[in-house]
Design a protein around this ligand. Structure first.
Ligand code: PLP
Length: 421
């Protein structure tokens, strides 16, 4: 790490990888193998991070690897149209009700940034509403936190974001129907879009009530604002149809990343045809990318999605995740610790209740997670290096391995509890 720090800020290319939150030392990874990560010192870890979500099939799935190898031999990028883009686009358009047209980009951040521009272009309005505790990548309009006091309009949450840009993004708490109704009554008619994570999973796993999401849909429609569902994590993780189907809502625009690239850099945004047709070259909203629709990303994504198509893997993952969560909870037998789970996502919560809004997460709960992280690594379990991050399981995580891990996890948590008593 010391050497890496001499050439890269903090030694990393994405801040959470530095292990700063858990006051630990980042592991340098040599290779991935199914459900495991192997570091440069030869340590083997059961991977609950799964590259932050893309690896729903695990590391180096043979079909994905073969598709990538075949494509590499034909060229890595052409900067011209391919049938592969058409195939992945058709797959997603056929699978997801809300998506009539789609465009590929190279990251989730780019997908969100482009969807916001498109929503502004379509509505002729500037104001965007987002929610505390939802992460949508690092474009300026999304690096905004709630203003102080009664002010709903945001302020920059990072240096370098102009206050004028942040002031065009309003921020509300999740799970607060009254605040939402009040905001929409006052500002709904000047709102371009509301953006929300499909299943908020970047600041804990904050599973929303169905009624709340449906209220969001009703109010956006009433005021002519677009609903952007950010499915960068939940897309093709929460079944083929994502969180939109889970909550039974039809968003106007959807953003994707992670799984649709099968481990390669990718993102996309899609939605209603009348909105998407405003994009260049058809319309006046500009958007472009040298590596957009990259053929290697397209084949990796296609190979991944095809394996998910019949629903078997999703059903198995959901059952395995439920088994893992219930096994940890029963091994712990400690009502001060809980776990949230949905599809193949879980989150370890060191507090009795499961929060639905960011402000319900207690700082002490996060400190407890951070304290245990190093101990888990030593026990061969690779958990995300921050208590706010959720965990993923993949098709490569077998029941047997998960049952064993549930016991190791519970034992280590109990040891930590005793050490602190
Ligand atoms: C919901 C959501 N949206 C957007 C992003 C940004 O994606 P990327 O990191 O590919 O830019 C993320 C990244 O974790 C995300 O979880």
């Amino acid at each position: 790490m010391d050497l890496a720090c001499q050439v890269m800020p903090g030694g990393v290319n994405s801040p959470v990888r530095s292990f700063k939150s858990v006051d630990g030392t980042a592991r340098f990874i040599e290779k991935g193998e199914g459900a495991y990560l192997i570091d440069v010192d030869g340590n083997r870890y059961l991977d609950f991070c799964c590259s932050w979500g893309p690896l729903i099939l695990g590391h180096n799935d043979p079909d994905v690897v073969e598709a990538v190898k075949n494509q590499i031999e034909r060229g890595m990028t052409y900067g011209a149209c391919t049938e592969l883009e058409y195939q992945l686009a058709s797959f997603i358009v056929n699978a997801v009700d809300a998506v009539e047209r789609i465009r590929f980009v190279s990251s989730g951040t780019e997908a969100v940034m482009s969807a916001i521009r498109l929503a502004r272009g379509f509505t002729g309005r500037d104001l965007i509403l987002k929610f505390e505790g939802c992460y949508h990548g690092h474009c300026d309009a999304m690096l905004v936190s709630a203003g102080s006091g009664a002010a709903t309009f945001g302020q920059p949450s990072s240096d370098g974001v102009p206050a004028a840009v942040a002031s065009q993004t309003a921020v509300l708490p999740l799970d607060d129907g009254d605040a939402l109704e009040k905001f929409m009554a006052q500002h709904g008619d000047s709102l371009a879009a509301v953006i929300i994570e499909g299943i908020p999973a970047n600041n804990g796993l904050l599973i929303q009530r169905h009624e709340y999401m449906q209220l969001l849909r009703t109010l956006t429609e009433k005021h002519g604002a677009l609903l952007i569902l950010d499915e960068v994590i939940s897309g093709f993780r929460v079944g083929l149809k994502g969180a939109a189907a889970y909550y039974r809502i039809l968003p106007d625009l959807v953003t994707y990343g992670k799984i649709i690239g099968g481990g390669m850099p990718v993102g996309s945004f899609g939605g209603r045809k009348d909105i998407m047709q405003l994009l260049a070259p058809l319309g006046p909203v500009y958007q472009a990318g040298t590596l957009s629709g990259n053929p290697i990303a397209m084949v990796a994504g296609l190979a991944t999605l095809k394996k998910l198509e019949d629903g078997r893997i999703h059903a198995e993952l959901e059952e395995k995740n439920r088994l893992f969560v219930s096994e940890v909870i029963s091994n712990l037998d400690d009502s001060s610790i809980n776990m949230a789970g949905v599809a193949s996502i879980f989150w370890l919560v060191f507090q009795p209740d499961l929060p639905r809004a960011a402000h319900d997460i207690k700082a002490e709960a996060i400190s407890r997670y951070n304290r245990i992280h190093q101990r888990l690594l030593e026990a061969g379990l690779y958990f995300p290096p921050s208590g706010y991050e959720v965990c993923f399981i993949s098709a490569a995580h077998s029941r047997q391995v998960l049952l064993q891990a549930a016991k190791t996890l519970a034992d280590n948590i109990l040891q930590e509890v005793q050490a602190c008593a």
